[in-house]
Design a protein around this ligand. Structure first.
Ligand SMILES: NC(=O)c1ccc[n+]([C@@H]2O[C@H](COP(=O)([O-])OP(=O)(O)OC[C@H]3O[C@@H](n4cnc5c(N)ncnc54)[C@H](OP(=O)(O)O)[C@@H]3O)[C@@H](O)[C@H]2O)c1
Length: 287
């Protein structure tokens, strides 16, 4: 199967490219902003319908800096919404399947339990809105599609929450972390494996793919410090109202992988995943 990955030098795209390239079933091509800007319809149309002609496009490219999106909502919509449209139109033209990677931020976060795949979406910030527009366009234009929502990604080689917390702890800076933002940290390596399992099923539809369990930002930071030798480092609990930022994240956006479980796809608990990540990074100090 020929697969095109957009955003191939991003956190998720990179790992997907690596994992898929190790599998003889797939012929994979990764593109990124330097070579193919997704907002350029002609460029995406030529790549997909003439040059590579994939059977499936895994669309990972996005403007992911949520605060930047809040300050530049038109740019967020242009890239995450209308950039997605360009890819969807090209897929429609050659009847390729499309997997669109979406976000927990399509929900408003007022549900303190869990969100299922077909629960009502309602974005409360420009990033979430732009991702939701992308979802709707994929649904409207691409006959065979997967919409995969995930949350709080961490992976090797990129900027992420784990490194940010550890850097502050190592520098001796006081740590203040939000308690009223709750979701599920998700290891990019686990997500990529689950996506590859999913595309083998051809069971199209909406999926939530996150590691198991839930955490507040504070829980996440606490766990990271506890397993990396900073158990004694205090973290002040604050609310999002005390942490001024441009974007307004949903408070409770815990996704439940109901549809994936029906297809036999199960991810491990987020704490196990964080431990595995820290072990590979040489950060793990205690079992
Ligand atoms: N990160 C998270 O916590 C998170 C959570 C939920 C959902 N998601 C979704 O998961 C997907 C992958 O996220 P990620 O963490 O891998 O993101 P990432 O590391 O920011 O990678 C996104 C990639 O898209 C590229 N890109 C941005 N604008 C582009 C354009 N106009 N044309 C072509 N490429 C463009 C970026 O290039 P530049 O670096 O040059 O801008 C980057 O390589 C995204 O769809 C995101 O919305 C992420």
């Amino acid at each position: 199967m020929k697969i095109l990955i957009t955003g191939a030098s991003g956190q998720l795209g990179r790992v997907l490219l690596e994992q898929l390239s190790n599998n003889d079933t797939y012929e994979v091509f990764g593109c990124d902003r330097d070579t193919y800007d997704i907002t350029n319809v002609d460029s995406m149309m030529t790549l997909i319908t003439q040059q590579f002609q994939p059977q499936l496009v895994i669309h990972c490219a996005a403007l992911t800096k949520v605060d930047y999106c809040a300050e530049n909502p038109d740019e967020a919509l242009r890239i995450n919404g209308y950039g997605t449209r360009n890819i969807a139109l090209a897929c429609q033209k050659i009847d390729a399947a499309m997997l669109y990677v979406s976000s927990n931020e399509v929900f408003d976060g007022t549900n303190p339990n869990v969100y299922l795949e077909y629960d009502k979406t309602h974005a409360i910030n420009p990033y979430g809105y732009s991702k939701l527009v992308g979802e709707q366009i994929v649904r409207d234009l691409v006959r065979r599609h997967y919409i995969v929502r995930t949350s709080w990604l961490f992976g090797h080689g990129g900027r992420n929450f784990i490194h940010a917390i550890l850097n502050r702890a190592k520098d001796g800076h006081p740590l203040r972390v939000v308690i009223n933002e709750v979701a599920t940290p998700t290891y990019v390596n686990d997500l990529a494996t689950a996506i590859i399992q999913l595309i083998a099923t051809e069971l199209y539809g909406v999926y939530h793919l996150v590691n198991e369990g839930r955490a507040s930002r504070w829980d996440f930071a606490r766990y990271v410090l506890d397993i990396t030798g900073f158990r004694e480092t205090p973290i002040e609990r604050i609310t999002s109202y005390e942490y001024q930022r441009a974007s307004t994240p949903p408070e409770y956006s815990v996704l439940r992988n109901f549809a994936a479980a029906q297809a036999g796809i199960v991810l491990r608990h987020w704490q196990e995943a964080v431990k595995a990540f820290c072990k590979i990074e040489g950060l793990l100090k205690e079992e």
